[in-house]
Unconditional design. Structure first.
Length: 266
């Protein structure tokens, strides 16, 4: 009876973080739509979000439905199944679609002068797609196990999550303001991450299978990153730059510059 109750709790946690994380993609898109501009929103963040969630969607789909991948996982983890669940796939597909919509807003709405994808990430993304093509050919030729190819995609997802948050945090720092960046998105992201990590640990404890945590580095890393960076963003919004959108003189000067002279069509 206790086990059934714990599994029910796990299901509730899984769908709860799915709902919170899914909703978290809407505030930024709605904010961009309402403002009809994207200054304050990092182009690196938007681009890396779309690319990395594309990787994560492919990764999750294969871990859930690809028999070859599931068997390769069992061979490496003592015959135990991976912990990817249907709600994980539902989340990633939905997230990828919303990320593409938000990225497209950065192509349509006016940006600030110099607001573009950084040279570093143009290089990183180009190099990444080159590696993807080479490794995909290696998988087709049975040189590289499919599961390793998927793990490499998940590692880029982790890089993308780290780099996108760092890029947005740096933009907030240089502007001394979080105006244009949705704090609601941050709060929902943080709440979902707490529930996701709790569910992963609960399943591992219940099944006595801690490889379900360590064997899914993308999900674990995503949860940890989605706890650490939102805490920093909350500090920026509520403490460091809490007057950035109204009372802070420097922020008002920058906002005026963006509005009067620094907005260009992308």
């Amino acid at each position: 009876m206790l086990t059934d109750g714990v599994r029910l709790l796990s299901d509730v946690l899984g769908w709860s973080y799915f709902v919170l994380w899914s909703i978290s993609f809407y505030p930024q898109a709605l904010l961009n739509y309402r403002r009809k501009r994207v200054d304050g929103y990092s182009i690196d963040f938007a681009t890396l979000n779309a690319v990395s969630f594309g990787c994560y969607t492919f990764y999750t789909f294969n871990f859930l439905f690809n028999d070859r991948v599931r068997e390769e996982y069992r061979e490496r983890h003592g015959g135990k199944d991976n912990s990817v669940a249907p709600n994980d796939l539902a989340f990633t597909v939905h997230a990828f679609i919303l990320c593409c919509i938000t990225l497209s807003q950065t192509w349509v709405y006016p940006r600030a002068v110099g607001q573009e994808l950084s040279a570093w990430h143009r290089f990183v993304i180009s190099a990444f797609f080159t590696v993807v093509v080479v490794e995909a050919l290696s998988v087709i030729s049975d040189i590289l196990p499919t599961i390793d190819f998927l793990y490499h995609l998940s590692y880029f997802k982790l890089y993308g999550s780290t780099a996108k948050y760092a890029s947005q945090a740096y933009l907030n720092y240089t502007r001394k303001s979080t105006k244009g960046w949705s704090i609601v998105n941050v709060l929902l992201d943080f709440s979902g991450a707490i529930l996701s990590l709790f569910q992963a640990l609960l399943i591992a404890q219940l099944d006595d299978n801690w490889s379900s945590v360590t064997g899914n580095p993308a999900k674990l890393g995503l949860s940890i990153l989605s706890i650490a960076f939102p805490l920093f963003f909350m500090a920026q919004h509520f403490v460091l730059y809490r007057d950035g959108s109204a009372a802070n003189l420097e922020s008002r000067r920058q906002a005026k510059s963006y509005e009067d002279t620094a907005l260009l069509d992308p």
